[in-house]
Design a protein around this ligand. Structure first.
Ligand SMILES: Cc1cc2nc3c(=O)[nH]c(=O)nc-3n(C[C@H](O)[C@H](O)[C@H](O)COP(=O)(O)O)c2cc1C
Length: 172
């Protein structure tokens, strides 16, 4: 039977919430992924870097910018053995400098997505999806649906929009 995978990257620790820095235990994108888990039947996979970015926000900003400039492919802690059983992959990530964190590029390049559909969602502080959808299309042979942009500071209140988007894509 066709199955859905929710794969996401998310960073906890210090982040910027509408004007103030705060330490959090669960990142914004993971909050949204957890909401989705309660709405649909799906497996989940967290994309984690072997050498994660700093818990300190300003340091993380610099590290991620350097990785983007170098077009880096950070090593991941693990990968799913394969993604053969999934026909739909919901891909969640924060907007980092106008696109996905480079670790998500590492994830996407690890598999053949031909014949699969990727539904991207992106938490951000104003830049929307950035150029992430284009970047996904450049890497993967998948069909890429129109993405869902979520204000990161309001992740916990995004349930209605998330449900609507899942409905539009035939998952609810
Ligand atoms: C390294 C870095 C770069 C970011 N770049 C942008 C950006 O270009 N545009 C934007 O709107 N938000 C940007 N943000 C804000 C994040 O996209 C936002 O806080 C997101 O919800 C974080 O998700 P997470 O908590 O799941 O990691 C950036 C945050 C970080 C840490």
């Amino acid at each position: 039977m066709a199955k859905t995978l929710i794969a996401f990257f998310s960073r906890a620790d210090e982040n910027y919430f509408g004007g103030a820095m705060r330490y959090v235990k669960v990142g914004n994108t993971e909050i949204v992924a957890n909401l989705m888990k309660d709405m649909i039947s799906a497996d989940t996979f967290k994309i984690e870097m072997k050498n994660p970015y700093s818990p300190v926000y300003m340091t993380c900003i610099d590290e991620a910018k350097k990785d983007l400039r170098n077009n880096a492919r950070p090593e991941l802690v693990s990968l799913p053995e394969n993604i053969d059983e999934y026909d739909t992959i919901i891909l969640g990530y924060p907007n980092y400098w106008g696109t996905m964190p480079m670790a998500v590029f590492t994830f996407l390049e690890a598999f053949d997505f031909s014949g699969k559909t990727i539904l991207p969602f992106c938490t951000n502080e104003g830049s929307g999806m950035g150029k992430s959808e284009r970047d996904i299309k450049n890497i993967c042979k998948a069909q890429v649906a129109k993405g869902l942009s979520i204000n990161g500071s309001r992740a916990a209140n995004s349930g209605d929009n998330v449900k609507k988007w899942l409905e539009q894509n035939g998952l609810v």
